[in-house]
Design a protein around this ligand. Structure first.
Ligand code: CMP
Length: 149
């Protein structure tokens, strides 16, 4: 079933010039980009985004890291998009991420793992609403949609 997922290229992904690489992979897979923006996120937004990790010891460092530079927010749409993007990003710890995934191909760090993606459809809805207004998300048809169904 077609669904939407939220993806963010983190400050290390931007700093390592991997924005295009991430987009290329999701496009090539057959997913459709329906929203995109770039911003240095505020402390408040970072804390809301990572609310579930508030009690973890790494929370302050995580917020410091995610607000430390530019990030790119995207919404990707397609069949089973949430699970497929998670698979394409690889395990949270880049050292454990399979080769062929974004983290497994470009990283060695747990904290600096270059990219974030929603872990469920419910999380995706929450994260999309956190970063995008409804009118910033586009609805349009792709000519190859019938080959990807
Ligand atoms: P992300 O998928 O964005 O979700 C939460 C983030 O917290 C995760 O990627 C990592 O960047 C970071 N993270 C998760 N676990 C740890 C940890 N044990 N130590 C430091 N950072 C972590």
């Amino acid at each position: 079933m077609s669904e939407r997922t939220f993806v963010m290229v983190k400050p290390d992904g931007v700093g390592r010039r991997l924005i295009g690489e991430c987009i290329r992979r999701f496009e090539r897979r057959g997913l459709k980009l329906v929203g995109m923006k770039m911003q240095i996120i505020s402390q408040k937004l970072a804390e809301s985004h990572y609310e579930e990790h508030r009690a973890r010891p790494f929370f302050p460092h995580l917020v410091q890291f995610i607000t430390s530079g530019p990030t790119v927010q995207m919404v990707w749409e397609g069949k089973d998009a949430v699970a497929q993007v998670r698979k394409m990003n690889g395990a949270t710890n880049s050292l454990e991420a399979a080769v062929g995934t974004i983290r497994g191909d470009f990283g060695l760090s747990l904290q600096n793992n270059m990219i974030h993606a929603s872990d469920s459809i419910e999380t995706a809805k929450r994260e999309i609403a956190l970063y995008f207004d409804q009118n910033e998300l586009l609805e349009y048809a792709m000519p190859d949609a019938h080959w990807l169904s």
